[in-house]
Design a protein. Structure first.
Length: 102
């Protein structure tokens, strides 16, 4: 069984003078079921990598997940792309969402 992932994100703002923090469970940050989330990573450039079980996340819930991630750091989504993971896939049915915020 996959357990929900706890996440704390710290982001250096463009000015470099302040720090904004978004914290909470991955389920809270994405709006996706915790059992569907394998991993969530934030890059220093305001991008996110979200690994999830595709069968557990309907298509209509994927777009809002990108918007929620960007909103958590005070930005808007610029692009969200869902990619299949080539075989051998370490987790059957897992896909990757790349989210870029502006």
């Amino acid at each position: 069984m996959i357990r929900p992932l706890a996440l704390a994100i710290a982001l250096a703002l463009p000015s470099g003078a302040a720090l904004a923090q978004a914290s909470g469970g991955a389920e809270e940050l994405t709006g996706l079921p915790g059992t569907a989330i394998v991993a969530l990573h934030m890059g220093g450039d305001g991008s996110f990598l979200l690994y999830f079980i595709a069968d557990a996340v309907p298509l209509y819930r994927r777009g809002p997940a990108a918007a929620r991630l960007c909103a958590a750091i005070g930005r808007r989504p610029a692009e969200a792309t869902v990619l299949r993971i080539d075989d051998p896939n370490p987790v059957p049915g897992m896909m990757k969402m790349v989210v870029r915020c502006r």
